[in-house]
Design a protein around this ligand. Structure first.
Ligand code: NI
Length: 189
């Protein structure tokens, strides 16, 4: 068991496309996941992708804490989920603007548009296949973590950089996201 060092924005491991895992049940995958869980428990956060701990494999862990849910169908609390070789596809055209943070981009928050509803699949470290539909924060955390496997950090998904802030200032001077979303929609038409 070990608490792993987190790669920060600028490290090449966060920019490359991670490799598929040939055997999700391999002992080295189980060992990695165990250390990733210990690391996430230690630092806190909703999710962690293997490239963030300097391992370029398609492995993610994530959870949905109760306080981040809306209670809508598909957006309910989720215990820690481990997924190997995950895939995601959006359902429908609806997008939502929401705040994100990332352990690899410490101290910042930014607003990102994400698909409101997704279907995702993957494998557990026991080799079982998983298929779920997610909405709201659950859909957001899945899209954020899976992006790490393709070398994408959330700032690259941002369309309005005025919605990037240091956490302390973001807490002191709350920004109205609904208003920002309206402004951006108007600018686009
Ligand atoms: Ni992240």
């Amino acid at each position: 068991m070990a608490i792993l060092k987190i790669a920060r924005m600028g490290h090449p491991v966060l920019r490359r496309v991670a490799d598929p895992v040939p055997d999700p049940t391999a002992p080295e995958v189980t060992a990695l996941v165990r250390d990733m869980i210990e690391t996430l428990d230690d630092i806190g956060g909703a999710g962690l992708a293997a490239p963030q701990v300097h391992v370029p494999w398609r492995v993610v862990i994530f959870k949905v804490p109760e306080e981040r849910t809306t209670g809508r169908e598909g957006d309910t609390p989720l215990p820690l989920t481990v997924l190997v070789n995950p895939l995601v596809e959006r359902i429908g055209d609806e997008i939502e603007l929401g705040w994100e943070g990332c352990l690899s981009v410490p101290g910042l928050r930014g607003a990102v548009w994400r698909a409101a509803r997704v279907r995702y699949t993957g494998f557990t470290t026991e080799g079982a296949s998983v298929e779920r539909i997610a909405e709201g924060f659950h859909a957001r955390v899945v899209q954020h973590e899976f992006d790490h496997l393709d070398g994408i950090l959330y700032p690259q998904r941002m369309t309005d950089m005025t919605l990037l802030a240091f956490v302390e200032e973001w807490q002191r001077f709350p920004m109205d996201l609904a208003e920002a979303a309206e402004r951006m929609a108007e600018a686009a038409t």
